[in-house]
Ligand binder design. Structure first.
Ligand code: UDX
Ligand code: UDX
Ligand code: ADP
Length: 473
């Protein structure tokens, strides 16, 4: 018989651990959920009015459960000792040095967390990999637990339960997930642990959406899903490039393709390629895995997805410069959006970073506005290229500018009819009145009304459309 889980500890209060366990606490008021982190600053932020990450709907959930059955703490040891089940949601960045540098995942944080669990546990526990990890990480965790846990009678089951939430829609994704994946070893105790975690999710997720698999399949599925999604973006980017040369329009092509039920309509929006902390990192992981097993054509195949993504960003920057008479030196350019996608303040691997850098290197005066990204964060991302200007509105960024570049698909940049929001849309007529001539708009996300902008007088280039070529020829 499977005992219900009563106490959960989540190690790592980041983009994955924070929202996941907050929603869990909200849906399971009988489970005590403690989220711990080594960063005092992060934990303080989770305990304050200003949460460390922005996700629509998250604040309400955190505030309704905090102090009741949801706790944020730096007392990692106490939370581990009390827990029946521990989620490991620490960061797994790409290694920057040593074997596999640039490709392999750095598992030092996973190892540190695992060692701590082994050292402290006085009762049996279920350990759950939540962070994206390379295939067979559970094996290393098993070895560490076996080698360092001295107490007789203490048994650990390891499960893989990857998180598929996307930033900006994390709460919705967690409340109504397409699926919950739980991988376990095919042993009696592994199956029992799998069952106990499944029962937690079954509080709010339909049983049919809870998939149980082997441990290794589960680990690989997370990498595979992200690789397939990223591949789709690179595919649409490559087709957008052909559209720009031929006069086809990428949105029309995507609509025509997406109606095929075998392809489906989602994830076909062409833009500046993919950003975010996961896609590139997970493909690097997959490439490393393939090379480890001497599957060179497999590694090359996935590497090309990244090559396409880098090319997409670089090509957009080149297009801007070419249309601005091959020089942007000392020209003011407004960059709208810095987050890697709308509805998040996250800038990891954001395409906007590359665009900003390319323009700064060419000597442009870049003014950046983003609704959620702080100046401090922008400075960290741009590092040595910090000679940009921070703007607190679209209008300020565009005042006396020669070009406006849209780098993030924020709703507030969209025409009011398509954003579905009541907030005032950008007044392009007044923006145009205050810009240099010719006034350019470069729409890197395909979200603006090209015809309306051209009517005002703008020269417009939209990703995946050959329209600027048309208007100039
Ligand atoms: C294809 C397109 O599906 C169709 O829309 C287009 O009009 C013509 O080309 P077809 O070549 O007849 O149709 O067959 P399809 O079912 O697409 O299969 C093509 C190949 O892919 C076959 O060899 C099939 O065995 C293989 N395949 C397909 C797989 O190996 N796995 C799959 O999941 C699907
Ligand atoms: C992704 C996966 O979607 C999620 O399942 C996984 O758990 C983590 O990685 P995330 O990186 O948060 O989530 O965002 P996602 O919505 O997938 O977007 C990734 C990037 O692709 C963004 O830069 C986005 O702008 C871009 N994108 C996405 C497009 O350019 N076009 C699209 O049609 C979809
Ligand atoms: P993700 O996007 O995968 O959630 P983040 O970097 O946002 O990654 O969050 C990971 C969190 O894990 C960070 O806040 C980091 O401080 C924390 N962390 C890393 N190692 C440990 C550890 N050994 N114990 C507790 N917290 C840790």
């Amino acid at each position: 018989r499977s005992e219900p889980i009563q106490s959960i500890c989540c190690i790592g209060a980041g983009y994955v651990g924070g929202p996941t366990c907050a929603v869990l606490a909200w849906k399971c008021p009988n489970i005590c959920v403690t989220i711990v982190d080594i960063s005092q600053e992060r934990i303080d932020a989770w305990n304050s009015d200003e949460l460390p990450i922005f996700e629509p709907g998250l604040e309400e959930i955190v505030k309704s459960r905090r102090g009741k059955n949801l706790f944020f703490s730096t007392d990692i040891d106490a939370a581990i000792i009390a827990a029946d089940l521990v989620f490991v949601s620490v960061n797994t960045p790409t290694k920057t040095r040593g074997v596999g540098a640039g490709y392999a995942a750095d598992l030092q944080y996973v190892e540190a967390a695992t060692r701590r669990i082994a050292l402290l546990s006085t009762k049996s526990k279920i350990i759950v990999e939540k962070s994206t990890v390379p295939c067979r990480t559970a094996e290393s965790m098993r070895a560490i637990l076996d080698a360092t846990s001295p107490r007789p009678g203490v048994h650990f089951d390891i499960l893989s339960n990857p998180e598929f939430l996307a930033e900006g829609t994390a709460v919705q994704d967690l409340l109504k997930p397409d699926r919950i994946l739980i991988g376990a070893l095919n042993t009696k105790s592994g199956k029992l642990a799998q069952d106990r975690l499944a029962n937690v999710y079954a509080t709010w997720v339909e049983r049919s959406a809870i998939i149980t698999t082997g441990l290794w399949s589960s680990e690989l599925t997370k990498l595979a899903a992200n690789a397939l999604l990223a591949q789709r973006i690179s595919s649409i980017s490559s087709l957008a490039a052909i559209c720009e040369k031929t006069g086809a329009e990428i949105d029309e092509v995507a609509r025509g393709c997406g109606k095929d039920s075998r392809l489906g309509p989602h994830f076909l929006k062409a833009g500046l390629g993919f950003g975010g902390s996961c896609f590139q990192k997970d493909i690097f992981n997959l490439i490393y895995l393939a090379e480890t097993f001497s599957l060179q054509p497999v590694a090359d195949y996935w590497r090309q997805v990244l090559v396409m993504n880098e090319w997409t960003k670089a090509s957009f920057s080149r297009t801007i410069i070419r249309h601005m008479f091959s020089t942007v030196s000392n020209k003011k350019i407004a960059l709208l959006g810095f987050a890697f996608k709308k509805d998040t303040g996250d800038t990891r691997e954001s395409p906007a970073i590359s665009i900003a850098r390319d323009l700064l290197v060419e000597g442009a005066e870049v003014y950046i506005y983003d609704p959620k990204v702080s100046e401090r964060n922008m400075r960290q991302c741009l590092g040595a290229f910090s000679n940009f200007h921070f703007s607190s509105s679209v209008e300020a960024a565009a005042l006396n500018a020669s070009a406006v570049v849209v780098a993030t698909d924020w709703d507030e940049f969209k025409p009011s009819s398509s954003s579905g929001k009541t907030a005032a849309a950008i007044d392009w007529t007044s923006i145009y009145a205050n810009m240099n001539r010719p006034a350019f708009v470069f729409d890197g996300r395909g979200i603006l009304d090209t015809a309306a902008l051209q009517n005002i007088g703008f020269k417009v280039h939209t990703v995946g459309r050959g329209n600027l070529v048309d208007t100039l020829s």
